[in-house]
Design a binder for this molecule. Sequence first.
Ligand code: ADP
Length: 339
Amino acid sequence: MSQQFQVKGTKATYIIYDKVLGKGAYGVVLLAQAVNSVNQFAAKIISKKSLSLTDIVNLRNEINIQSKLSHPNIVSMVDAFEDNEYLYMLLEYCNGGCLFTNIQLSGPLREEKAYKYFVQIVQAVQYLHSKNVLHRDIKLSNLLLTHEDQIKLADFTWSTSISMGYVAPQICGTLEYMPPEVIKNGFQNEKLDIWSLGIVLYEMLHNDLPKNGQFFIKHGISEECKQLMKQMLEVETYKRPSTSDLLSSSWIKKFQRNNGLTINTCRSLSGITDKLGSPQKTTLLGSPMGSPLRTAFGSPFGSPMTSPLNSPLGKCTFGSKHVPTEPVSKQRVSTHKLC
Ligand code: ADP
């Protein structure tokens, strides 16, 4: 791993290394470190050249929401800024890979292990819902792990604030984890995340996704667990349990008793009101031309284009409140990304 370039953020100057942590729909995630510090981060770096208006709204939204969240099971965003070519998001570094890859390697989890992860995931989602935020893309590849095996929910690209108990219908997220009401573009509320949690629990236990909408539960899964999955994967949204219901379910209680664990539930009902300021312009201290970005984004870059952020379409500045857009295509409706 070698240092490639330095970039000045709003809170520190960061060294960006050539170690690729992952690739997402918009850009590459590289290992970074604050200058004069041992702190390591994941730098999500997005080329502004090819972004559409919808992309910009999604990214602005991601920064806006994620920067205000603070929970032990949610990846924290420590800085966000841009230069002429790129947007940078400095994120808490999760060095244990993602749950998808881990389960691909280990095979299906035993119920007790799945419970340990599931409780953390539900607590993260409970916190989000208490802040009136929906994630809308909960899946194994967006669940990262620290080296202490702690879960961190990541990727807030599709997250949105909920008001009056529902959100404007939008087809977004990842097809395999989408509840029926999202696929049908119908009434949507926080219960859409509960469906995705049901798929996540199913997948942790089977190392597979339900096929053709059929939830065949393998032999040996406890009755409490089956019931819980069935409730989460209920077509009628109002019948699905809330995050609090999940944490007090008999399946969770059973393991909680065995492990003597206490679950911290989150009861705050405050909405998100404060805003992150617009990302600061930054100075690139090294040469991006020879940087890992060139390799990671493909090389060479095409002819210079007007940055969407400077174009008439780009008038929506980062840091402002998320404006619902027209339904987006399922272009980001993807299967798992290997990480
Ligand atoms: P996108 O929103 O563009 O799809 P993601 O946020 O999903 O990008 O990140 C892509 C990949 O980068 C993830 O699947 C993961 O492998 C890696 N990654 C993202 N954030 C982190 C992080 N905080 N720590 C370690 N790796 C990360």
